[in-house]
Design a protein around this ligand. Structure first.
Ligand code: IMP
Length: 430
């Protein structure tokens, strides 16, 4: 029985929601292993739209165990609201179907305030975050001053942990011109939310390893994209977690051998939200058209996404770093009707050719994409369910991508509808 990790192989928003939904129907356990409610996963099931941020996509399907792993940062108030909204849509969520790791760090209101205060400071500080406190919470985790789910269970511990966090945060807030944190009000709201969260708290590492031993199918659901990874992304314009496949093990308490298949989600062109380098970004009519046809607006912040041509250099790099076994190529239909398409096959930097993106920011700033042109197609690929439904030029485009990124296409998605998919390899059966 194979366990599958799904990771975004670009800057996020690759269309993971639909693919994860398709896979989660066939999985027994669905686990989030990094990120927080900065993610926005939209699922369309039977015409009904479900919007998820912190909850694993599996919650909308009955008979599954959904898991929030220790690698996630969790806003308890947001989780409670999200659960209520999903329940309104008729989905049952109980401690039998949702498990939250006891060692999951909590995002508190001052994390969001700090995130937004930093972003508002000046262009040097700005990353273009979602403003949801993700970065400050991860900082506190490694700074050994975060409050974790298990701390909610004992008042003395909770007070100690809060005091530890406040020593740091009040000093920081003074420097930023923010009022000190109201300790009593914070403790009161934490005590109030505690029972709501604790009912789901569990030793996730144990449950995951038991599930594996019992031969259950596990789906690890990644959020964001590999180019936003804190180590391998376009630092500092990244998110604050490791988003690549290796994190699936660390972020749930399993060994690396628990991962059998890594599915990279790849959009047929490129987008990014927020600041940071983007070698193939388009500022012309083509970019405008990709944004309009692809409806490229952020699900969390509503921000317009930056758009550009497919960058094979970056995807080859992220597929290698995550050990991607196969990709799910999404939104091919957005390219319908283009006369000519361009694919970035390499970079030129100071007259030299590179087959990867170097790390130094000064070098990255000089990157000039080298493009290969391919003829487009005028027919619609939307809704195609077999290779025979695709125009020859579209197939050539897909084959060229496979060649350049050195990784095969396992799935091809041709519309937001779950059945509009061409399946080449079933990751669970591979
Ligand atoms: P943060 O994760 O809110 O700290 O934001 C850091 C960077 O990651 C910003 O550029 C965000 O736009 C980006 N980001 C965070 N979450 C997502 C996501 O789910 N999709 C795409 N970009 C994201």
């Amino acid at each position: 029985m194979a366990n599958v990790v799904v990771v975004g192989a670009q800057w996020g928003d690759e269309g993971k929601g639909k693919i994860v939904d398709w896979l989660s129907e066939r999985a027994d356990v669905i686990a989030r292993f990094q990120g927080g409610h900065n993610a926005g996963h939209t699922l369309v099931i039977g015409g009904e739209v479900f919007k998820l941020n912190a909850l694993p996509s599996g919650v909308v399907r009955g008979g599954k165990l959904s898991v929030i792993g220790n690698g996630v940062v969790l806003d308890p108030w947001h989780l409670v609201k999200e659960i209520a909204a999903i329940r309104e849509q008729g989905v049952e969520i109980t401690p039998e179907t949702l498990m939250v790791a006891e060692n999951t760090p909590l995002i508190l209101p001052f994390h969001g305030e700090l995130d937004r205060a930093r972003e508002a400071q000046n262009s040097v500080a700005r990353i273009g975050t979602t403003g949801r406190g993700i970065g400050p919470c991860y900082e506190d985790k490694v700074g050994r001053r975060v409050i974790r789910v298990a701390d909610l269970g004992d008042n003395d511990t909770l007070e100690l942990r809060v005091d530890r966090a406040l020593v740091h945060h009040n000093a920081l807030r003074a420097g930023l011109g923010l009022d000190p944190i109201n300790r009593d009000a914070l403790l009161e709201s934490l005590r109030a939310i505690a029972p709501e969260i604790l009912q789901y708290a569990a030793p996730v590492w144990k449950a995951m390893n038991e599930a594996r031993r019992a031969g259950k199918r596990i789906l690890f659901e990644g959020a964001q994209g590999s180019l936003l990874d804190a180590d391998f992304g376009t630092y500092p314009y990244v998110t604050s977690s490791n988003v690549i496949a290796g994190q699936a093990a660390t972020g749930t308490g399993m060994g690396p051998g628990a991962i059998d298949f890594v599915l990279g989600i790849v959009k047929a062109y490129t987008t990014r939200v927020g600041e940071g380098p983007f070698p193939t970004e388009l500022h012309d009519d083509d970019g405008q058209r990709l944004g309009e046809r692809g409806r490229e607006f952020g699900t969390v912040t509503g921000r317009k996404r930056r758009c550009g041509w497919f960058d094979a250099v970056l995807v080859r790099q992220t597929c290698a770093i995550s050990g991607v076994n196969g990709i799910a190529l999404t939104k091919l239909d957005v390219l319908d009707g283009f006369e000519t398409l361009r694919i970035c096959t390499g970079y030129e930097i100071d007259g030299e050719t590179y087959d990867y993106l170097p790390t130094a920011a000064a070098v990255q700033a000089k990157v000039r994409p080298v493009y290969e042109e391919m003829p487009g197609w005028q027919e619609s690929t939307a809704g195609a369910r077999s290779w025979a439904d695709l125009p020859a030029e579209a197939i050539k485009y897909v084959r060229r991508i496979e060649e350049l990124i050195q990784c095969p296409v396992a799935m091809l998605s041709t519309s937001p509808e779950r059945d509009d998919t061409i399946l080449v390899t079933d990751p669970f059966e591979d």
